[in-house]
Ligand binder design. Structure first.
Ligand SMILES: Nc1ncnc2c1ncn2[C@@H]1O[C@H](COP(=O)(O)OP(=O)(O)OP(=O)(O)O)[C@@H](O)[C@H]1O
Ligand SMILES: [Mg+2]
Length: 240
């Protein structure tokens, strides 16, 4: 079966990209998939929250022609750590297609690219290497703006026939329907992007605690609301 490659991006910081990337990885691996989370963030949060060594050689090494060993977080779930080397000059000067080429030989059912906030050249490496993108936003206007920028980039690449994600959805993150801002986000995005699917990840303390305790979400609490939301995202990824 063809490999699924998912970029999780937002442009904005702190909206739940890493939680969604790692939580989705945990859900997909529990369904028998062999999953690799590729961390594109100099902060190296993905390896940390999955309970592995965030300073081990990872994505920067892969992009520099190395062959770093992915770290096992739980059965079927692996991670290539990010780290400060991703901000180095040699990575900044890469071609946007270089990550796509570097991951081509990796033998996993699913690759998940956890994109960083702000750093467009690193985010672009993920968007170009992916065939699917989850564009995350919470209800903050700056987050909605950041998601809009990612969607524009995806559309532009598609119009030009360039390599990269061809299918994308909005992931509405940390949603608490008791908050009026969160209540209106779904409608606001439906009006602005009527043709783009909207997938909701509710505010769930289990997601926050799993990250803080450095345990994959399914292992932390297989019955939490976050797992149900991420299972729905996994269904969208598989079936559209
Ligand atoms: N659905 C959720 N429910 C509760 N807490 C959440 C949820 N999603 C994320 N969080 C918490 O919000 C904070 C930011 O989340 P996360 O690190 O996933 O965001 P990010 O977009 O990857 O941030 P960065 O831009 O720094 O990479 C973390 O403390 C995380 O535990
Ligand atoms: Mg992150």
């Amino acid at each position: 079966m063809a490999q699924t490659r998912i970029a999780v991006a937002a442009r904005k910081g702190g909206v739940g990209k890493t939680s969604i990337a790692c939580g989705l990885g945990s859900v997909l691996s529990s369904q028998g998939k062999h999953v690799l989370v590729v961390d594109l963030d100099p902060q190296s949060n993905a390896a940390y929250v999955l309970g592995t060594n965030p300073t081990a050689p990872g994505t920067a090494d892969l992009l520099s022609g190395g062959n770093p060993a992915p770290l096992e977080a739980s059965p079927g779930l692996y991670v290539l750590p990010g780290g400060p080397d991703l901000a180095g000059h040699n990575i900044q000067s890469l071609d946007p297609e270089d990550l796509a080429d570097a991951v081509a030989p990796l033998d996993y059912d699913t690759l998940i690219f956890d994109c960083p906030p702000g750093v467009e050249y690193l985010e672009r490496l993920g968007l170009v290497a992916a065939n699917i993108a989850l564009v995350c936003t919470d209800a903050h206007p700056l987050a909605v703006m950041g998601a809009g920028r990612v969607i524009n980039e995806l559309k532009l690449r598609q119009q030009k026939g360039r390599r990269g994600a061809k299918r994308w959805a909005l992931a509405l993150s940390r949603i608490d329907l008791r908050r009026s801002m969160d209540q209106s986000l779904n409608q606001q995005l439906a009006a602005a992007y009527p043709l783009i699917s909207r997938l909701i990840v509710h505010q769930d303390s289990a997601i926050a605690w799993a990250g803080a305790e450095r345990v994959p979400l399914l292992k932390y609490d297989p019955n939490c609301k976050g797992v149900r939301d991420l299972q729905a995202i996994a269904d969208w990824v598989s079936n559209g």
